[in-house]
Design a protein around this ligand. Structure first.
Ligand SMILES: Cc1cc2nc3c(=O)[nH]c(=O)nc-3n(C[C@H](O)[C@H](O)[C@H](O)COP(=O)(O)OP(=O)(O)OC[C@H]3O[C@@H](n4cnc5c(N)ncnc54)[C@H](O)[C@@H]3O)c2cc1C
Length: 380
């Protein structure tokens, strides 16, 4: 075990932090208020190599390990969790599903454009009636000669309204249950593929979340991703990696709130002293820092195992469960340390408090993570 970042990881962390503070920081409040998707920043992240970080160079990636990927997500989320979420959905859901299940032609067509930011990706599993129970997918794809015709609607799709490429799951053989769901890659502009409602959200408001709709959407056979009927199983494999990124997103969000709280505690005076001199505030800060570090260790363990190609079903669920719930605790305390100012927009922590709330829900709720973990524990 080695608990230090490598020199490359430290440099990466510094570079992403500088970029986030300079290029994202000044716009965070405005993007949140107007629900502005920061498309130019996303493109810039692509040109810096941060959108294809974990993929091989031959597909336009930077071939970094998963801890490095976590650092990118953490540092973006520390300044704006919305940007962290956009990158996470693009990379570890859309691109990674294509990388895991795609054939050579699909990888060569999509991954370089997704890695460079030329194209933005989204990934659509959830439906109005199939959330935690994603195996209950109702969208259908029926064979049409060599191709497929898709019908159905997906909901809560991150990046949907700005995506050039969508990976979506649909039932191809209802009798085969979870082995009867297939994945498809759909390009923007495909007839029968359109966007529905864009949601108005509590937090991560600069990330666009919305519906994608398929109405007799005709796809050539080459748009099937992976084997017929294996789209759901491939989705679960994709989510194993995705959950590590939600853990990293939670850590970054918590770190941003903690950094604001410690700074504030050293400036705010009450009863003639800085509030950081009160033991009650010191204990809060100590608990917050300990919580964040514990989440990091769980997350980097899962990330390291993932980079080695090991099964991380339990470890990524543990990291996601702990880090997201930790993030809620830390952001809550950051607001408390700010007193009334924590409730006021310009101090920033109220936004972290709103943003973090997604993390115990997206990519599997805490209840579902506990089910995943327990299933693995009871297998042993
Ligand atoms: C901002 C945002 C972005 C998102 N981005 C994406 C995306 O890019 N792609 C995508 O496919 N999805 C996305 N999602 C969807 C997200 O993954 C789902 O919302 C989540 O999986 C929960 O599904 P649900 O909302 O239908 O809740 P439900 O499944 O209806 O759950 C409601 C409650 O019941 C509990 N529950 C459900 N089943 C069980 C059980 N068996 N045991 C115990 N408790 C249970 C849940 O934990 C929860 O507390 C996003 C959601 C949001 C809010």
């Amino acid at each position: 075990m080695d608990f230090r970042y490598t020199d490359e990881q430290s440099q990466l962390r510094k570079a992403v932090r500088e970029f986030a503070e300079q290029e994202i920081g000044p716009h965070v409040q405005e993007w949140d208020e107007h629900q502005t998707f920061p498309v130019e920043v996303v493109k810039e992240l692509g040109s810096l190599g941060y959108l294809g970080s974990v993929f091989p160079e031959e597909y336009g990636g930077a071939e970094l390990d998963y801890v490095s990927y976590c650092l990118i997500i953490e540092e973006l989320a520390r300044v704006d969790p919305s940007v962290g979420l956009i990158v996470a959905a693009h990379t570890s859901l859309c691109s990674n599903h294509i990388y895991l299940a795609g054939n050579e032609e699909q990888k060569r067509r999509y991954l370089p454009k997704l890695a460079s930011g030329e194209w933005i990706g989204c990934w659509s599993l959830t439906e109005p009636e199939a959330g935690s129970d994603a195996g209950g997918t109702r969208s259908v794809a029926v064979r049409n000669g060599d191709g497929w015709i898709l019908n159905g609607a997906k909901t809560f799709c991150t990046n949907a309204h700005h995506a050039d490429v969508c990976v979506a799951m649909a039932v191809t053989d209802r009798a085969a249950s979870q082995h009867g769901i297939s994945a498809f890659v759909i390009e923007k502009g495909t007839p029968g593929f359109r966007l529905g409602r864009k949601e108005k959200k509590m937090g991560v408001r600069a990330s666009a979340t919305g519906e994608v709709i398929f109405e007799d959407c005709r796809l050539p056979g080459r748009q099937l991703l992976g084997l017929p009927g294996e789209g759901f199983v491939d989705s679960l494999r994709t989510l194993d990696g995705g959950r590590i990124s939600i853990a990293a997103l939670s850590i970054g969000t918590a770190q941003g709130a903690y950094d604001a709280a410690i700074l504030y505690s050293k400036h705010r005076r009450q009863f003639g002293r800085f509030i950081s001199e009160f033991q009650a505030i010191q204990h809060k800060l100590a608990d917050m820092a300990t919580d964040i570090d514990a989440a990091r260790l769980l997350t980097y363990r899962a990330a390291t195992m993932h980079s080695r190609g090991e099964n991380v079903n339990k470890e990524s669920a543990m990291a996601k469960l702990f880090a997201s719930e930790m993030g809620v605790r830390v952001c809550n305390e950051a607001v408390q340390i700010h007193g009334g100012y924590g409730y006021i927009q310009e101090y920033g922590v109220e936004k972290f408090y709103r943003d973090i709330r997604l993390m115990t829900i997206g990519e599997g709720t805490s209840e579902i993570q506990r089910m995943v973990i327990a299933r693995q524990l009871l297998k042993a």
